[in-house]
Ligand binder design. Structure first.
Ligand code: SAM
Ligand code: SF4
Length: 508
């Protein structure tokens, strides 16, 4: 852990040369005038033009900014219905009927920044500050494993006490934790992180610790708004340090990176364009775009009037529109909808092509263990609301959400094989673009779903889950792709039998 004061630490974090090396002719990739022109020039798209753009997206081709701007301005409800339908069809083509689940684990709410929208901001005196010890990280991880999760995303404020070394320790602790399940032991098989931008040397440490995806949200791509909500004297006040966080990560070897914007700070159409330009610049400079795109909506946070009174808060209708447009614009990228959203909106977002979501989520520091203590009638629970970053819209358990998805005909995948078999970065993107990964992962989804049903599911979830598995096995038998790969199928069938007999963590 760093011994520096926050002020000393701040001075040494930002490396100007690790920004400048990515600029092109001294410019970053967010050109306001250009984006505004793209939005203005495509305000009244023709019906046929929109249908041609949908057809291009259906071919799993990334749209260009003009095409995306056109979709953002569609007004005809019939065309929106066609776009929504296409969004789900693209998702099915690339990712099949799988949804991937993860659980966020908040490790620390100490923060040197003062973001106007966040409950963790340093000036929020209502916030009780806490950083988990490794013993607490282990206990929290055990509680997450007990729900049936296999993927976690560790989340940190930005502070010298929760620096890269602390992150490395917590990543390792999460990977090392085991918890008894109905059959054998459960564990976390992929640890992602959501943390502040770091320099290349720090990122390398995370990569060496076995990090899955590195997620940094730009919050807003609009520079004046960025400056208004992130005081310039704070670390986060440096727009370009954040804008190139993922470029540095790529250079450090972390090739699964995740972009996001916090919707509600500025005009939602502009932010969608920002996400697209970010994707395009990563593709241009590294040959691969982001692994996932996130689009959290601003949610009420303690000590943040902006979180409830921003003039740019996005309503449900526009939120679902932006989900559809993102799905069509970047057809091969994963899309994450979180428990910030209410159950109905999450369901609608999934029907517009989201690929990942969280459940049984607790965002208080120590929230999973505190919730268990509460269940036991233990009195000394911390004031969860005072340690949370913002309020959640959906607090259902993993079992409940898995069941709901099964009722919608979707299979939950707990697969982490891609990452452990080296199917990351450009390899996975290539497979997604050619719709191979979706089929390949169908097998791993079945294997991990089998584990979940046997180890964690309630009787009601197991009952409907068995129907989904039966359907999946029948589908697999029919697919020409699988019929051609006889060796792969023999291994799959053997592994499925092994899991039924109690073997765990087998994958293809
Ligand atoms: N401190 C790191 C940072 O700022 O990048 C990472 C952790 S921060 C807790 C994770 C994300 O939470 C932020 O990037 C922001 O988009 C989101 N967030 C902050 N305040 C929020 C709010 N009021 N509602 C919804 N999301 C919020
Ligand atoms: Fe700190 Fe991140 Fe919250 Fe900003 S968004 S106050 S950096 S935890």
């Amino acid at each position: 852990m760093s011994k520096l004061s926050p002020a000393e630490w701040k001075k040494q974090v930002i490396r100007q040369d690790e920004i400048d090396k990515y600029l092109i002719n001294g410019k970053d990739f967010i050109d306001h005038q250009q984006i505004e022109k793209q939005l203005k020039d495509n305000r009244t798209p023709e019906k046929q033009q929109v249908r041609d753009i949908i057809a291009k997206a259906m071919e799993v081709q990334r749209l260009d900014p003009q095409e995306t701007a056109s979709l953002l301005h569609v007004t005809d409800p019939q065309l929106w219905a066609e776009m929504d339908e296409a969004a789900l069809a693209i998702k099915r083509k690339v990712y099949d009927n799988r949804i991937v689940f993860f659980a966020p684990l908040y490790c620390a709410n100490l923060c040197v920044n003062n973001c106007a929208y966040c409950g963790f901001k340093c000036e929020n005196s209502q916030e009780k500050r806490r950083i988990l010890t490794m013993d607490e990280v282990r206990k929290e991880t055990e509680a997450v494993i007990a729900e049936g999760h296999k993927r976690m995303i560790l989340v940190y404020g930005e502070h010298p006490e929760s620096d890269a070394d602390y992150m490395v320790e917590s990543i390792k602790t999460a990977y090392d934790t085991r918890k008894k399940a109905r059959n054998g032991w459960g564990n976390i098989r992929r640890v992602n992180i959501n943390a502040a931008p770091m320099n290349a040397a720090e990122l390398k440490k995370l990569w060496e610790a076995g990090i899955g995806t590195y997620q940094v949200f730009q919050e807003t791509y609009h520079k004046d708004t960025y400056a208004a909500v992130h005081p310039p004297e704070t670390l986060k006040g440096d727009y370009r340090w954040r804008l190139y966080a993922l470029h540095r990560a790529m250079d450090a070897g972390i090739d699964d990176v995740a972009v996001g914007a916090l919707f509600g700070l500025y005009d939602w159409r502009f932010e969608v364009m920002g996400l697209l330009h970010h994707t395009m610049d990563l593709e241009k400079q590294f040959g691969i775009g982001p692994h996932t795109i996130s689009f959290p909506r601003l949610t009420p946070a303690s000590g943040s009037p902006l979180s409830t009174n921003s003039q740019y808060l996005v309503n449900d209708t526009d939120f679902l529109k932006l989900v559809t447009v993102l799905r069509l614009s970047v057809p091969y990228t994963g899309m994450i909808v979180t428990a910030r959203e209410r159950a109905e909106i999450r369901r609608q977002a999934i029907l517009r092509g989201c690929t990942q979501t969280d459940a049984s989520t607790k965002i208080g520091i120590g929230g999973y263990t505190d919730a268990l203590k509460k269940l036991d009638g233990y009195q000394e629970t911390s004031q969860l609301e005072d340690e949370q970053q913002f309020m959640l819209g959906d607090t259902r358990s993993l079992d409940e959400v898995v069941r709901e998805l099964a009722e919608m005909g979707m299979i939950t995948s707990f697969c982490t094989a891609g990452y452990r078999c080296g199917r990351t970065g450009d390899r996975i993107m290539g497979m997604l673009k050619h719709c191979v990964e979706g089929k390949f992962c169908k097998l791993n989804a079945v294997l991990t779903y089998r584990e979940f049903l046997d180890d964690f599911a309630s009787p009601a979830t197991k009952a409907i889950g068995e129907k989904i598995i039966k359907q999946e096995l029948e589908d697999i038998d029919k697919y020409p792709f699988f019929q051609k790969n006889k060796e792969l199928m023999a291994t799959f069938r053997q592994e499925y039998q092994d899991i039924l007999k109690g073997e765990r963590d087998v994958y293809l």
